[in-house]
Write a protein of this length. Structure first.
Length: 76
């Protein structure tokens, strides 16, 4: 029987996402540095350098902004 939210396959994927922690690398991965020195810019401006490697990134940024236009939690 299908459930709201994608059915049995979606449920399996959610469970696998939670339980695949054992497959994570045990080595230390350093955090990304230097970003705190960069100026704050709009999402559209921030994704411009990515267009050559991710052609649809501008569309994704637009959709993301549309989806966050009126967030339920009221955060901006």
């Amino acid at each position: 029987m299908a459930t709201a939210g994608g059915g049995e396959e979606a449920t399996i994927q959610r469970i696998l996402r939670i339980t695949d922690i054992a497959d994570e690398p045990l080595r230390f991965i350093a955090p990304i540095g230097g970003y705190e020195k960069m100026p704050l810019v709009s999402l559209e401006k921030a994704v411009e350098p990515l267009v050559s490697i991710l052609p649809a990134v501008q569309s994704h940024a637009y959709v993301a902004k549309q989806m966050c236009d009126s967030p339920a939690d009221g955060l901006t």
